[in-house]
Design a protein around this ligand. Structure first.
Ligand code: SAH
Length: 378
């Protein structure tokens, strides 16, 4: 294995437990691709690999023994395996499980790998062989290629083929998923706990507005949790069919659960004009969005969203404000939210982060990317 002497900046971060390798800490190593042993002042610090990806230029890793890594990752998910009402969850999460650049999700009888850089992709055969030993019950495997390459972004790679669309369970609620159609799968598994809270009382008796609703998963959980009605708004045309399929899979009425294919900002203006009001508004935008009229960035524009929805909120109404933007800290997100509320008083009544299946690296706050606040106006 390549032996590499690193500088004090890189050494300090690795000693702190940060796994992602940043280009500024490795000014001379831009050409290396693959495994290396990292040394500082003659002392071995860590095994790592170099490969450029969206985040960083590589990872310090705990081990290169995939059988051991996968075995311990699976053991950590025993509570999920024991819960028969939840059949989709993450079983391997990057540096939270000792090896960055890869995630593995279970969707019922199938598994979905996501590869984040070109080097880890070259290890695929070894990783799959280890995976088949540790997860013999998995019937078929799919992959998403999340780095720049000429490979198809989505493929079936091993075992049986899944149906184009099939149902998984989460807290007993059925959600329709698809493993071979672009990067998305019909559900964002990292929001288990928020959907769980909606199901468990947060939405009971409430009129719910779900903005940036995608397949309306939050609305489905809210409706089954006793919401009086739900309105789901998403710009993507296919969101309507996918959302309706979700309601139907759970025998929910389309009379009280509405879907609008519409720009969120246009819907909010329309609702204000029509004096529509809600008791609970969920806001879960993408970190960056662009449409004909504007560019939206969570870091700079979230406060506009809050300010625009406040007039739609009934007295003692609640907002669930969510973002998965890794580079926006919890404090900066809270500051954005406060800015949106302006002079309106509010209280944080609950907070959610990543669920335990999305194991994080405790030394690196960026790996703990999900920030969700339940806010009540007073
Ligand atoms: N809340 C969803 C996930 C949202 S993903 C869930 O829990 O499953 C982000 C969604 O925002 C995408 O479906 C995208 O189509 C939608 N979107 C992006 N910009 C939008 C806009 N201006 N108005 C409405 N929807 C938008």
């Amino acid at each position: 294995m390549t032996k590499l002497t690193i500088n004090q900046y890189a050494a300090k971060k690795i000693r702190q437990g940060i796994s992602v390798l940043e280009p500024r800490d490795f000014p001379d190593q831009s050409s290396i691709e693959g495994f290396a042993d990292l040394y500082f002042k003659q002392r071995w610090l860590s095994t790592a690999y170099f490969s450029r990806q969206n985040k960083g230029i590589g990872w310090a890793v705990q081990s290169t023994d995939f059988l051991a890594l996968l075995t311990s990752a699976k053991a950590k998910r025993q509570p999920y395996y024991q819960d028969e009402t939840t059949t989709a969850f993450r079983v391997f999460n990057q540096d939270g499980d000792g090896f960055g650049g890869m995630t593995i999700d279970i969707y019922g009888d199938y598994a979905l790998f996501s590869w984040y850089n070109a080097f880890i992709y070259t290890l695929k055969a070894d990783i799959l062989a280890a995976f088949e030993q540790v997860f013999p019950e998995v019937l078929g495997v799919y992959e998403k290629v999340r780095f720049d390459s000429k490979l198809p972004i989505s493929s079936h790679i091993a075992g049986q083929l899944a149906a184009d669309k099939f149902l998984i369970l989460e807290n007993g609620v059925a959600y329709q998923v698809f493993l071979n159609d672009g990067l998305m799968t019909g559900i964002f598994l990292d929001q288990h706990e928020v959907r769980g809270a909606l199901l468990d009382g947060l939405a009971a008796g409430k009129k719910v507005l779900n903005l940036f609703s995608y397949t309306a998963a939050f609305s489905v959980a809210a409706a089954l949790g006793g919401a009086e009605s739900t309105v789901s708004v998403d710009l993507a045309k296919r969101s309507r069919d996918l959302s309706q399929a979700h309601f139907q899979a759970n025998h929910l009425s389309l009379e009280t659960n509405h879907c609008h294919v519409m720009d969120v900002f246009d819907y909010v203006k329309y609702a204000a004009r029509k004096h529509l009001t809600f008791d609970l508004i969920v806001i879960d935008p993408p970190s960056f969005a662009r449409n004909k009229k504007m560019n939206f960035s969570v870091a700079k524009d979230y406060h506009h969203l809050i300010a625009e929805v406040l007039p739609l909120l009934n007295r003692y109404g609640k907002i669930i404000a969510s973002t998965n933007h890794a580079r926006l800290s919890r404090a900066a997100f809270l500051a954005e939210l406060s800015k949106g509320f302006g002079r309106q008083d509010f209280e944080i009544i609950e907070e959610f982060r990543l669920p335990t299946d999305f194991a994080t690296n405790p030394a690196d706050p960026q790996s703990d990317y999900l920030k969700v606040f339940v806010l009540e106006v007073s």
